[in-house]
Design a protein around this ligand. Structure first.
Ligand code: GDP
Ligand code: IMO
Ligand code: MG
Length: 422
């Protein structure tokens, strides 16, 4: 049996915190897509120390929970090694509780260089990539050139690496990109040696064997549904299937094995990087959201673009994911607002619709808003549904009526215990 936790917006919904919270109820937590473009924030231990995970699943701090990096992930050995050091400093033994699929594709230093070169060449129309090499690594996967973790255990890894590097060099020459990446390569090869010493497994058998034994598996998504390569705001997306369908191909589990799909959504919207964002606020309210929500990227530190809740996009995300319940995070960020707007429709070329169009950039989208009363209360200390201010409960009811999947938890602060069950 597999449950899924994934993002319903443009990433950074608070997936890390929610996976960390639920991980204690699971035997195995598995990442199924994405790579070090992800930044999942957790507060760990009695002192609640902040940790941002990029490659390792967010179940890693729970004793007795095994973590798997699935075949659908793209893995940067350098980031992984650094992250293993971080989690080891909390007493976690990655040799016991971290497993990596041999089918996982590797991010090479030249993938990072290619990401940078491609973005530079795009000028104003750049994607706003995290520059971690994600797009080029997935291109080599679908182009059938990529190197995989299992290749590290064979004899010809260095030869294959040199062959692929040469191919990349020709592409970089085309871009006139001539930054020296010698230092990146040195740390890459050191990290490769470290990676060889970890538990490299036949991921799909490893996972299905665990499922057959009755173990409970939690699949952890990275990015968000609106960044999905097929269903997001293409081309301003990431390069993987971030939606629940990605669990099957990214881990090797059959669809019948998937039980709950828990979608995480902020109580408002943010986006980092370029691309359409219908409810984006360019005014003082947007600034307030950024300040109160501390909306700066966990991976790149970039300021996140902020705006009101978009129910058109959220409903779409629930549909394509088969969401069974929603966790609404960062409700406390709205504590001081007098009124709250929620987008319930899009007006495009004078016509109203509640569907996400093929291209959000073809014609300007004017959000149609309904206004709800704010709660004007510090909600961060609420422990139970009864503690929640009445306008917050109305805000949730309004969303529930339109989504078709109920909000079952409200997160009212970054802390591990700041989660109210509805
Ligand atoms: P992820 O990528 O989906 O895991 O999310 P990030 O970690 O990139 O960004 C979420 C940010 O919001 C982190 O700084 C979290 O510590 C923080 N956060 C998560 N839930 C809440 C919440 O309910 N309230 C507040 N104020 N912050 C939260
Ligand atoms: P988590 O898992 C928010 C965005 C980038 C860029 C686009 C493509 O922390 O929610 P890429 O590096 O994948 O080529 O970038 O996707 N992006 C994210 N935005 N959260 C993320 O991950 C993201 N991962 C990628 O900003 O717009
Ligand atoms: Mg993040």
């Amino acid at each position: 049996m597999v449950d899924v936790i994934l993002g319903l917006q443009w990433g950074d919904e608070g997936k890390g915190k929610i996976v960390d919270f639920f991980a204690k109820d699971y035997d195995l937590v598995a990442r199924f897509q994405g790579g070090p473009n992800a930044g999942h924030t957790l507060y760990v231990g009695a002192e609640a120390k902040k940790v941002v995970l990029h490659q390792i699943p967010s179940g890693v701090f729970h004793q007795g929970t095994i973590n798997l990096i699935g075949n659908g992930v793209v893995l940067d050995p350098v980031t992984l090694r650094r992250e293993c050091d971080t989690v080891a400093s909390f007493g976690v033994d990655v040799r016991k509780n971290l497993f990596i699929s041999e089918r996982t594709h590797l991010i090479l230093p030249t993938h990072r260089a290619l990401d940078k070169a491609a973005e530079l060449s795009k000028g104003d129309s750049k994607i706003g990539s995290t520059l971690k090499g994600i797009g080029p690594a997935y291109m080599d996967k679908t182009g059938r050139n990529g190197l995989r973790v299992g290749d590290l255990l064979g004899k010809n890894f260095t030869t294959s690496y040199i062959r692929l590097r040469l191919k990349h060099q020709r592409l970089l020459d085309n871009y006139n990109f001539n930054e020296d990446i010698t230092a990146w390569e040195e740390e890459f090869f050191e990290a490769i040696d470290f990676l060889r010493s970890l538990n490299i497994v036949n991921g799909e058998y490893f996972l299905n064997d665990n499922i057959s034994k009755g173990k409970k598996v939690l699949a952890e998504g990275a990015q968000g549904s609106m960044l999905d390569i097929d269903f997001g705001t293409f081309p301003f997306v990431t390069s993987s299937n971030t939606i629940s369908a990605g669990v099957c191909s990214g881990l090797g589990v059959a669809p019948q094995k998937i039980r709950e799909v828990i979608g995480v959504s902020k109580a408002y919207c943010t986006r980092v990087g370029s691309g359409p964002f219908p409810t984006e606020l360019h005014d003082q309210t947007g600034e307030e959201l950024r300040k109160l929500g501390n909306e700066f990227g966990a991976t790149t530190g970039r300021p996140r673009r902020c705006g009101w809740m978009d129910l058109v996009a959220l409903q779409y995300a629930c549909m394509i994911n088969g969401v069974t319940s929603v966790v609404m995070t960062k409700a406390d960020v709205l504590d001081t607002f007098e009124e709250l707007s929620i987008c319930t429709g899009y007006r495009i070329d004078g016509a109203d619709t509640n569907q996400v169009p093929f291209q959000m950039t073809r014609s300007p989208i004017e959000p149609v808003y309904e206004t709800l009363q704010g709660w004007h209360t510090d909600s961060s200390g609420c422990k139970s549904e009864a503690d929640l201010p009445a306008p917050m409960r109305s805000y949730v009811s309004f969303i529930n009526e339109r989504l078709g999947a109920p909000v079952t938890y409200i997160s009212n602060g970054p802390g591990r215990d700041q989660l109210v069950t509805l």
